[in-house]
Write a protein that binds this ligand. Structure first.
Ligand code: GTP
Ligand code: MG
Length: 178
């Protein structure tokens, strides 16, 4: 017998970091340079043949960056079992916002056992880096651990770098929680 698991995953981070682009790349294999801000929330669904007896229905909730200033995140976050927290590697302010998003997340949703929902950190737009980030990598390693992320990736929705790997890391972590 095949079983189905529905996983609600949040995609959060500041305005323009590439949340919608990452989802479009992952689900539809497309990328556009054109920026159209998400209003409120958008949804996408991806089916994964997880193992021989499990199909995962991955429901991605694409939360508008501007929602950090709104009152709706508590509603959007309800029943979520994981999150991708995204920043733009070319804009430091979006990295500073990562902890605000993580804090917002952990204050409004938790697993049944009270533990925080697994979250993976994504530094997006790595295709735009002119200088190597290498010197900063050990710091990001520590940052990830210190702030309770289950992993971190440099990603590019444009070049399709590490998008699958980051989402797999999150789903693995969700599926091994119980
Ligand atoms: P909000 O909906 O306003 O919260 O923004 P968002 O996080 O959904 O950002 P969106 O995906 O709309 O991307 C914003 C802009 O960044 C668009 O112009 C994208 O084309 C661009 N962008 C997204 N990802 C990448 C990337 O990996 N590399 C490059 N070079 N540009 C990217
Ligand atoms: Mg968007």
């Amino acid at each position: 017998m095949q079983q189905e698991r529905l996983l609600k995953v949040l995609v959060i981070g500041d305005l323009g970091v590439g949340k919608t682009s990452i989802i479009k790349r992952y689900v539809h294999q497309i990328f556009s340079q054109h920026y159209r801000a998400t209003i409120g929330v958008d949804f996408a669904l991806k089916l994964l043949n997880w193992d021989h007896k499990t199909v995962v229905r991955l429901q991605l909730w694409d939360i508008a960056g501007q929602e950090r200033y709104g009152n709706m995140t508590r509603v959007y976050y309800r029943e979520a079992v994981g999150a991708l927290v995204i920043f733009d590697m070319t804009r430091a302010s979006t990295f500073q916002a990562v902890l605000k998003w993580k804090g917002d997340l952990d204050s409004k949703v938790a697993l049944g056992n009270g533990r925080p929902v697994p979250a993976v950190l994504l530094g997006n737009k790595c295709d735009q880096l002119t200088t190597g980030l290498c010197s900063k990598l050990p710091k990001l390693e520590n940052f990830t651990r210190d702030h309770g992320f289950v992993g971190w990736y440099e990603t590019s929705a444009k070049d399709n770098t590490n998008i699958d790997a980051a989402i797999m890391c999150l789903v693995e972590s969700i599926m091994t929680v119980e």
